[in-house]
Design a protein around this ligand. Structure first.
Ligand code: CP3
Length: 360
């Protein structure tokens, strides 16, 4: 570990680490009493649009548990609101005018992060200024296909029928939307890194909706376009960045493909340092499919946190054991933590992962 780096960043970059780092998807949220207390006074939209409150919520889990990374408190839909898309959280995002036509796609403005979402960038600066235990901060965005799912369907659902029929009925418009979102999210993530985010994650929550050909045509296209633009902006493909020097410690890029294992062979070709894996595929299998060049992040079933203590430890052991086959492993859940999870179980999990993996 170098002086300027951290266990989490080193693991992302497949460097040797003194123990397996852990953080939890959705760690800043409703299972925490301190979040619920704040949330009882302030609605979700206000929380995400206030730099001070978003920073406070970001820090809540890292103050309570010895986690190895913080993740910015925001939502994948927040930058779309900044682009003028009207939506409400009920609690999932509901878009007032879903996108169904090429004309609507063409009318979407570009995202200018400093102008459209300055509070997100300010929240990052506040968190970095506070930085308890020098814990690194992960910035994030929704991957283009996952954002398309919400923009076209208009609300969360199991099958996202309007979004999937859009891919087949208007593939050209769908590709144009994917490209537009990719450019917007690349600008958004580059601005987060410039504001101080030390790793960047793309959430592909709905990868599991697609078979391999559609995954390649739409989801992979969007993720690749985002990641390539980001690499250019961060100065990691040999092209010097337009403004300023490349950061001394590289900013790792993480791609979480929920239920994406049927497309792992193509995902292995993505320009990400880390692949997030859900609990349906063992990490050893994921490792074989993704090859030796990706660090893996995951993948305890969020439901396992409801097991009795000894059982929970056994389930963690399985994940750690499978994770040994990864070139580098970052412990996480296989998807977001559930709101009714006991925070004490989380505390036990974090301590157990650290104790079990510490190398002397
Ligand atoms: O701790 C963290 O991970 C940071 C905060 C975060 C939120 N949303 C806060 C939130 C992150 C990283 C997200 C990403 C997000 N948002 C995703 C990708 C990750 C995933 O779980 O697959 C998706 C698909 C969304 C869309 C979304 N936003 C949904 C489906 C919901 C409602 C249901 C749910 O799972 O919470 C939201 C609202 C939302 N985003 C809440 C929080 C804490 C709940 C709002 C509330 O407090 O009422």
């Amino acid at each position: 570990m170098t002086a300027s780096s951290s266990v989490f960043i080193d693991a992302c970059l497949r460097r040797p680490v003194p123990y397996t780092p852990i953080w939890i998807m959705r760690q800043a949220g409703r299972y925490l009493p301190e979040y619920r207390e704040l949330r009882s006074r302030v609605d979700f939209a206000k929380l995400t649009h206030s730099a001070e409150l978003a920073a406070e919520v970001t820090l809540q889990p890292v103050q309570r548990f010895p986690l190895d990374a913080a993740i910015l408190f925001s939502d994948i839909m927040t930058p779309l609101q900044g682009m003028g898309v009207a939506l409400d959280f009920e609690p999932g995002p509901v878009v007032r005018e879903p996108i169904r036509t090429r004309a609507q796609v063409d009318a979407l403005p570009a995202l200018v992060p400093e102008r459209d979402v300055p509070f997100v960038l300010e929240a990052i600066r506040i968190v970095r200024g506070a930085a308890p235990r020098k814990v690194p901060l992960i910035g994030f965005a929704g991957a283009p296909f996952t954002l398309l799912c919400y923009l076209v369907s208009g609300r969360p659902s199991k099958e996202f029928e309007p979004a999937r029929t859009f891919l087949y009925s208007q593939p050209g418009a769908a590709e144009a939307l994917i490209d537009h979102l990719a450019d917007a999210m690349a600008a958004y993530l580059a601005a987060q890194a410039a504001a101080g985010a030390q790793a960047l994650m793309l959430f592909e929550s709905w990868a599991g909706l697609l078979g391999p050909p559609e995954y390649r045509r739409f989801a992979l296209r969007g993720a690749r376009r985002t990641l390539l633009a980001l690499r250019r902006a961060l100065g990691r493909d040999g092209v010097p960045p337009a403004g300023g020097a490349a950061p001394e410690v590289p900013v790792p890029l993480i791609y979480f493909a929920n239920q994406g294992s049927t497309s792992f062979e193509t995902i292995a070709t993505l320009e990400a340092d880390v692949i997030g894996v859900d609990w349906r595929v063992p990490l050893g299998t994921a490792r074989r499919m993704l090859g030796p060049l990706k660090a893996l992040q995951g993948n305890l079933d969020p439901a396992a946190l409801f097991a009795p203590r000894a059982e929970l430890e056994r389930h963690i052991d399985v994940v750690l054991d499978e994770g040994r086959y990864a070139p580098s492993h970052i412990f996480n859940l296989g998807h977001g933590i559930w709101p009714d999870t006991d925070p004490d179980a989380v505390a036990r999990m974090v301590d157990y992962v650290h104790e079990k993996t510490v190398r002397d």
